[in-house]
Ligand binder design. Structure first.
Ligand code: PMP
Length: 358
């Protein structure tokens, strides 16, 4: 068992967290004169019927609604609710990793590159050092030894994104486990795209290693990017620290109510369609003259190397299609990142590339 407590910032370990009115009185019956709310419900409650139930928005979000969503997500993920933190997107959880563990101006985080930009932006915001370790060129394999070589006494966090954005590949659980074992800081594995992956994820590692935090999100496979709900799963101690440091009421009532309703859906058919469209595009795209390489993907996007990324990017915009130009990112030279759309959107993409080439 690793000693996690020694990794926590001293001011956070000693924090007396803010206790909200809703923390202190968890019931809903009675006349609520405890939270300085407006007693008149705002005229938006009809939205509640869309979410499958009425809710009030003149009150701060109820603890029981948040706990209902937490319970539902925990059951879907097969983890105990005390192991789950719900954030305002997984971006909030990324920021909390820094705020809980990293002493500004002293500590550092090690991360793979290229990867999701918020790991380094949050490091900069928190005045935490950022040590980027390039993946292996072309294969985008995990450089386990080079990552560990960057660790020093002030390295508190290591970020691995699997499947990785923007390269699309998922890493082997065994390699990630090597890092969890060898690294004495907190290993954060961002699995935002795990539902599209053919490889197993690393969630079971949270039971085996106290220093592992797994991030997931409702923004991708669940189709709820507009709601802003992200998941951090770890040991109950780290989750309790996240809950103490987050803002009070970090997720709004409308978001919670809509999430509870949408979480009843079976996302499997939609996810399967996105995966089969991804595989179809991965097969068709190499036939185009301008396409040099389509990298294997375990996510809902493809990284595609082309002859003239800016030229194709502009041509696609002309055709009304917006993709992400990643050609200025190290190891992604010449590459566009293309999110998988609906079958008809994907057809339009192929047609637009055809027009560009003709
Ligand atoms: N992690 C990765 C790897 C992402 O690509 C993104 C968003 N594109 C996020 C996290 C942010 O997710 P959320 O919407 O949950 O904040």
């Amino acid at each position: 068992m690793k000693d996690i407590k020694r990794l926590v910032r001293a001011n956070i370990a000693a924090l007396t967290p803010y206790s909200t009115a809703r923390d202190e009185y968890k019931g809903s019956l009675g006349i609520l004169l405890d939270a300085n709310e407006n007693p008149y419900d705002a005229p938006y409650s009809d939205k509640g019927s869309q979410a499958g139930g009425a809710y009030v928005i003149n009150r701060y979000p109820s603890t029981s609604l948040k706990e209902a969503v937490r319970g539902k997500v925990a059951a879907l993920k097969g983890v105990a609710p005390q192991r789950l933190f719900l954030g305002n997107g997984s971006d909030e959880a990324i920021d909390l990793c820094y705020r809980v563990f990293c002493e500004p101006g002293r500590d550092n985080a090690v991360m793979i590159a290229p990867s999701y930009g918020m790991y380094s932006v949050c490091a900069d915001i928190n005045n935490v050092g950022c040590r980027m370790v390039l993946l292996e060129p072309e294969t985008f394999a995990l450089p386990v030894e080079r990552l560990l070589a960057q660790v020093d006494a002030n390295t508190k966090l290591m970020f691995i994104c699997s499947p990785n954005n923007p390269t699309g590949n998922a890493f082997d659980v065994a390699d990630i486990e090597l890092l969890a074992d060898a690294f004495d800081g907190i290993l954060v594995v961002d699995e935002a795209y795990v539902d599209f992956s053919s490889k197993p994820g690393v969630l079971p590692l949270i039971e085996k290693y106290d220093n592992v935090i797994v991030l997931q999100t409702l923004s991708k496979a669940w189709g709820l990017a507009g709601l802003r709900i992200g998941l951090a799963m770890s040991n109950p101690y780290i989750i309790s620290l996240f809950r103490q440091v987050k803002y009070p009421y970090n997720i709004g009532t409308d978001t919670l109510a809509l999430a509870l309703d949408r979480l009843k859906a079976d996302i499997t058919p939609q996810v399967e369609e996105i995966i089969s469209e991804r595989d179809r595009l991965a097969e068709l795209l190499p036939a185009y003259k301008c396409v040099r390489k389509v990298y294997p993907s375990d996510a809902n996007f493809l990284l595609v190397k082309v002859d003239d990324p800016r030229g194709l990017y502009n041509a696609l915009i002309e055709g009304g299609l917006i993709v992400r130009d990643r050609s200025s990112v190290a190891l992604c030279e010449g590459c566009l990142r293309i999110t998988i759309g609906t079958p008809s959107e994907n057809e339009k993409l192929l047609k637009a590339i055809e027009t560009y080439e003709s």
